[in-house]
Design a protein around this ligand. Structure first.
Ligand code: CO
Ligand code: ZN
Length: 342
């Protein structure tokens, strides 16, 4: 167990888990939630579920375990690797960065000669793991192996933190901490899903929502901010509270779910903001389109430099998100089994 949410985030973000390689993260989370839920299990694709059983409605809350990364596509005779993105990775972000494979092997990413920055695409990038030839390289990595970024967690004065994979281990931390603080018995059933392969297109949440058959869905993920120098205009800032999502490119959040979140925050004096994200999606996008439709919303942790090796969050936003989740799940949601019109 971890003494603070900060220690939990440090441990989660420093763990290896690019899309498709969520196993280490999944094992860690399963051990943390096992005693807090009535049922903890995995499905065939690798989603992890922790259910607190109760009456309907069933609420599915999803945070993704995977992080962006790269995959080895080729190994040349001099032992250099070619790589392709796993998820939305900008090649510029990788220059001079360390990457780390599951077996602990570390390498750096560099570029061939180019004249103008706009020529810098994946074909110009290679990874160097310090091996003299193909045979030596192949002793350490294989084609199809994945690597994540290799940055440590750092705590900054004033309560902000930097890490790789804040997207979305900070969401996983919110779910774990919420589960720890919830009372024994809830007025409705809640299923926490730690999903796979979100970065490749909300894949795990899609099958998880199909199998769990929730009446409502909530995603907890990071969102972009507009509070850095000459950032694109966006009314979300670090430290101003969790953002209650209105829309992103995967979902228009159900107005009643959003309203329930806003009311809960207001009634409990929890600082919050509203989020309109013009690009990007979350697990809620997959959940709300499953089966006959699931009214869904999302709570987002404001995050600077999303999909870079140094994603920054404010711990206050994380604690307020936990507070909001606990209040939201302990109150009785309006629901009738006869009619799913919410
Ligand atoms: Co992401
Ligand atoms: Zn995410």
């Amino acid at each position: 167990m971890f003494n603070t949410v900060e220690e939990l985030i440090k441990s989660l973000t420093e763990t290896f888990g690019p899309s498709g390689e969520e196993e280490t993260v999944r094992t860690m989370i399963a051990n943390l939630v096992r005693d807090r839920a009535d049922r903890v299990f995995e499905d065939a694709l690798g989603n992890l579920y922790a259910v607190k059983e109760s009456n309907r409605p069933r609420i599915m809350i999803s945070a993704h375990m995977d992080e962006i990364g790269v995959m080895v596509t080729n190994i040349d005779e001099n032992g250099f690797l070619r790589i392709a993105p796993l998820g939305g990775v900008n090649p510029i972000m990788l220059l001079g960065q360390r990457i780390r494979f599951k077996n602990g092997l570390t390498g750096t990413v560099y570029h061939e000669k180019f004249k103008e920055l706009k020529e810098l695409d994946w074909s110009k990038l290679y990874a160097d793991i310090g091996q003299r030839d193909a045979a030596a390289a192949e002793n350490n990595v294989k084609i199809g192996d994945s690597a994540c970024l290799a940055q440590p967690f750092n705590n900054l004065p004033g309560g902000r933190c930097l890490a790789k994979a804040m997207d979305d281990r900070v969401g996983c931390a919110v779910l774990i901490e919420t589960l720890r603080r919830l009372p024994e018995r809830l007025p409705q059933e809640v299923c926490f899903v730690f999903s796979i392969q979100e970065e490749l297109g909300l894949r795990g949440a899609k099958t998880a929502a199909y199998s769990y058959e929730p009446d409502f869905g909530i995603a907890v993920d990071v969102t972009l901010v507009g509070d850095t120098p000459k950032a694109p205009t966006m009314a979300v800032s670090l430290g101003q509270g969790p953002a209650i999502k209105v829309k992103d490119s995967s979902i228009l959040c159900h107005p009643r779910v959003r309203q329930l979140m806003v009311e809960t925050a207001e009634n409990n004096n929890i600082s919050h903001q509203l989020e309109v994200l013009e690009r990007g999606g979350t697990d809620a996008g997959a959940i709300h389109l499953s089966r006959e439709g699931v009214p869904s919303g999302a709570i987002s942790i404001p995050c600077r430099y999303v999909h870079s090796p140094s994603e920054m969050i404010d711990l206050k936003d994380v604690l307020n998100a936990v507070e909001l989740m606990v209040k939201l799940l302990t109150k009785e949601w309006p629901f009738s089994e006869e009619s799913n019109v919410f």
